[in-house]
Design a binder for this molecule. Structure first.
Ligand SMILES: CC(C)(COP(=O)(O)OP(=O)(O)OC[C@H]1O[C@@H](n2cnc3c(N)ncnc32)[C@H](O)[C@@H]1OP(=O)(O)O)[C@@H](O)C(=O)NCCC(=O)NCCS
Length: 144
């Protein structure tokens, strides 16, 4: 059995361990403790963890910009996959976002993450071929 609850700043260490152990997930400066704390404060009640036998076995983070929702860092520990945990986590995010009036959400998936792509497409998410994402790092900063 697993349960889902809101992610707090105290979950940071466990979430990072889970992500570091997972191929296909890349960690950036934006995943620092400070940035994660800020993200959780700006997007209260929109990130979740799944626990089984007292251990963290899954996570997801989400937020919105007032118009669209953004999901990230969906990870389920390999030993606990195919039990509906990912779908439970995604549904919690989408339900909370909807309650805030956000009906459309996006997720970035690395092109090298073939199984991640299969998961999202299998759940009916539309692969966008009409959009290029452009990014800019302000000069003087090495942050990504
Ligand atoms: C992708 C991932 C989150 C799925 O977690 P999970 O808990 O096993 O998924 P669920 O059990 O909720 O599966 C839900 C559905 O997706 C399907 N599914 C799960 N993983 C899948 C995969 N790799 N490929 C295709 N379908 C998949 C399941 O069969 C199930 O289908 P159904 O709804 O028709 O029954 C997990 O494999 C993972 O952590 N992968 C590494 C990290 C990653 O790639 N994250 C996504 C990119 S951001």
């Amino acid at each position: 059995m697993h349960s889902i609850r809101t992610m707090t700043t105290h979950d940071y260490d466990d979430v990072i361990v889970l992500m570091k152990q997972t191929p296909g997930i890349s960690l950036r400066d934006a995943d620092s403790r400070e940035s994660t704390d800020r993200y959780l404060q700006r997007n209260p009640g929109l990130s979740f963890v799944s626990e089984a036998d007292g251990e963290l076995v899954g996570c997801i983070m989400s937020g919105h910009d007032g118009r669209r929702g953004y999901l990230q860092h969906l990870v389920v520990r390999p030993t606990h996959r195919r039990q509906g945990i990912a779908n439970g986590l995604v549904n919690r995010c989408l339900t909370e976002l909807e309650s805030l009036g956000i009906l459309k959400s996006h997720i970035d998936v690395l092109k090298t993450n073939a199984s991640g792509a299969l998961y999202w497409e299998g759940q009916g998410w539309q692969l966008r071929s009409d959009i290029h994402r452009y990014s800019l790092v302000r000069s003087g900063s090495e942050k990504t």
